[in-house]
Every structure is written in C-alpha cells, then in structure tokens.
Design a protein around this ligand. Structure first.
Ligand code: 5GP
Length: 184
C-alpha cells in the first residue's frame, strides 16, 4: 500500500447503480473505505443511521457547514448532503483508499481542494435503462422520479469533467475497474 491512499470520487446520475457497484467493490476489497455522508433528508425505509448516512436536522447540517467539518457539501433535489472531512483525512493518511459517492457539485469542490482526487464518472449503458432503474427502485414518488430524471440530464453532461469513465454494463466488471483504480 502507498503512503497516502487514493481518493476516488464516484459521480453519475441517480439510478445508474453507484451504490451497487461500490458495495460490490467493497465486498471484494475490504481495504477500501466508503465515506458516510451527512444529510438533512429523511431516511428511506431500511436505511440505517451511521451506515447509509448520518441523518441530521437542517440546523445540525448548517452547523457542520459553518464549523468547516465538511470537505464539501451540496443541495440535491432539495436536501443538503455533505462529506465529513476528518474521517476521510484519517483514512487517506493511514494509506487507505477512500471512495466518495457524491453529486457533481460536491465532486467539483473536492477536486478544487484536493487536485489529486480522481473523479470517476459511472455511466449508464443508455438513458432508457437509467429511467428503468430509477423507477424500478420503487421508493420514489412520481414527482421525485421526475425531479431526479431532470437532474440526471444535467449529471450526464458532467461526464467530460471527470478524469475517467466506467460504463455500468456489468456490475462485476465495473466493480473490478474501481478496485483497480484504488490501487493504481
Ligand atoms: P440519495 O438521496 O439518493 O441517497 O442521494 C442523492 C444524491 O446525493 C446522490 O446522487 C448522491 O451522489 C448525492 N450525495 C450523497 N452524499 C453526498 C455528499 O456527501 N455530498 C454531495 N455533494 N452529494 C452527495
């Protein structure tokens, strides 16, 4: 392992399968650490506080932004999300590779602060497949699906800003590519 871990920032439209690819990669390579974001949105059924997200109130979230506790933060579909700075820095200093699963606005902030971060765009095989996956999750209202589809259009346009593209045609292949990048 190198002295300082790799910081991999995985972006891509909602529904592209970031969560699935990342959990597959972590299962195969437990040396990689996935940052747990803070959010002001309500937990979905089955989500666990401290594992999926740290769920906080709006007031607690603004306290985190003001105290500098976040490496980056952004509003997404009306809710705030952010990456706690300290755990990321600790893991990287210990030589561990770290994955951030965040939106493109947050990824830009990370790249501006830490140019050595690698921005990875996880692309859908095509847009129809993306909509199918987004609806297939079945946890979103129609309004939320429409909102997320609109955001997905702008997120697809972010591909050229990223350092690398992984197409999520096959979860196993995409996960293997992510693991390879963590150790490159
Ligand atoms: P969801 O509500 O579906 O869990 O997440 C919505 C979006 O928020 C996802 O596209 C995800 O990438 C983004 N997101 C999650 N955590 C963070 C974070 O810490 N910072 C930023 N900027 N975006 C995040």
């Amino acid at each position: 392992m190198s002295d300082i871990g790799k910081l991999l920032v995985v972006v891509g439209p909602s529904g592209v399968g970031k969560g699935t690819v990342i959990s597959q990669a972590l299962e195969q390579d437990p040396t990689i650490w996935l940052s747990v974001s803070g959010t002001g949105r309500e937990p979905r059924p089955g989500e666990v506080n401290g594992t999926d997200y740290v769920f906080v109130s709006r007031d607690e979230f603004s306290e985190m932004t003001q105290s500098g506790a976040l490496l980056e933060w952004a509003e997404y579909a009306g809710n705030p999300y952010g990456t706690p700075r300290q755990p990321v820095q600790e893991r990287l200093s210990a030589g561990q590779s770290v994955i951030l699963e965040i939106d493109i606005a947050g990824a830009r902030q990370v790249k501006a602060n830490l140019p050595e971060a690698v921005l990875i765009f996880l692309a859908p095989p095509n847009v129809a497949e993306l909509e199918r996956r987004l609806r297939g999750r079945g946890t979103e209202t129609e309004e939320s699906v429409q909102r997320r589809l609109a955001i997905a259009q702008t997120e697809l346009a972010a591909e050229p800003e990223c350092d690398l593209v992984i197409v999520n045609d096959d979860v196993q292949v995409a996960a293997a590519q992510l693991i390879e990048l963590a150790h490159r």
